[in-house]
Design a protein around this ligand. Structure first.
Ligand SMILES: [Zn+2]
Length: 133
């Protein structure tokens, strides 16, 4: 019961509606309001990417794995996908859009660290700990 309440609580804290609000705020602040997604939502079936967008549908999806990470990281991924509504691919024009966000490098470093940490249990040195769980 308590777990269920806690889960509802965290969904309320970071629900799809809040995500859409954040997207609108980030677009206004860093992209001149030019990126206008039709829908922004969390998905649980996205395990190899932090976020994705479908410009034709104006939809942005963020991996639920971002939940619980610092807000500046979630904002970075959201802004990244918003920028893709304007510029596909990762060319200079794309990164120029992201330059406006002051924590781009920090957020990317954080996510790289998460990925690297996820690989640690597979290192031989950590195998004992892993099997002990
Ligand atoms: Zn991208």
């Amino acid at each position: 019961m308590l777990d269920k309440l806690a889960a509802q609580e965290s969904r309320r804290m970071l629900g799809d509606a809040e995500l859409a609000e954040r997207a609108a705020r980030l677009s206004a602040q860093y992209l001149g309001g030019r990126a206008v997604p039709d829908n922004v939502r969390w998905v649980t079936n996205q395990n190899t990417r932090w976020g994705s967008c479908t410009p034709a549908e104006g939809s942005i999806r963020l991996s639920h794995r971002l939940q619980g990470m610092p807000e500046y990281v979630i904002d970075y991924v959201l802004l990244h996908e918003l920028a893709h509504l304007l510029v596909p691919g990762h060319g200079p024009r794309f990164w120029k859009l992201l330059d406006a966000y002051p924590r781009t490098e920090r957020a990317r470093g954080y996510l790289e660290g998460v990925v690297a940490a996820g690989r640690l249990p597979h290192l031989p040195a950590a195998r004992d700990e892993e099997s002990g769980q």
